[in-house]
Design a protein around this ligand. Structure first.
Ligand code: CO
Length: 162
């Protein structure tokens, strides 16, 4: 088991799309464990594979049942209701932004054993899933800001990417 280095804002890999996992090999399992351990160590509530430099569709989420990994996660259904809440990201240390997200999402994924699972989530948990699944498509939380918010965080971002 190893703690992985988290890629910070400005690293090109964070803008790239991750590949689907076709087979859960022992290497993939090891990577999944490392992602979960790294999230725990960094006290995050979510972490995605591209944030540790691997373009594979794996995320870790801190759930009410403890930290869990999800392979090939996708959003099956979204509620119409929108919520604004504060988000942080381990790739943007010290940056917290108010982001609009859908309140409830139905998630489909595979667990580490390769079993299909479906989870209905709402509130903070739904927010974390949306944030982490975005990472798998190269979308960062700053991409979800409106024009005015973008102008406001521009200076902060410049400092982060130095
Ligand atoms: Co993030």
């Amino acid at each position: 088991m190893s703690i992985l280095q988290i890629k910070k804002y400005g690293t090109p890999i964070l803008k790239q799309k991750s590949e689907e996992i076709r087979e859960i090999t022992s290497e993939i399992k090891e990577l999944v464990f490392d992602i979960v351990e790294t999230m725990k160590k960094r006290q995050g509530i979510g972490l995605s594979a591209p944030q540790v430099g691997v373009l594979k569709r794996i995320i870790a989420v801190e759930t009410p049942q403890g930290p869990k990994a999800f392979i090939n996660p996708q959003i099956l259904k979204m509620s119409k209701e929108i919520e604004i809440g504060e988000e942080g990201c381990l790739s943007f240390p010290g940056l917290y932004l108010k982001i609009k997200r859908v309140k409830e999402v139905l998630i489909k994924a595979k667990n580490i054993e390769g079993k299909d699972i479906e989870i209905k989530t709402e509130g903070i948990l739904a927010r974390v899933f949306q944030h982490e699944i975005d990472h798998l498509d190269g979308i960062l939380f700053i991409d979800r800001l409106n024009v005015w918010q973008k102008i406001k965080v521009k200076c902060k971002l410049k400092r982060l990417s130095l």
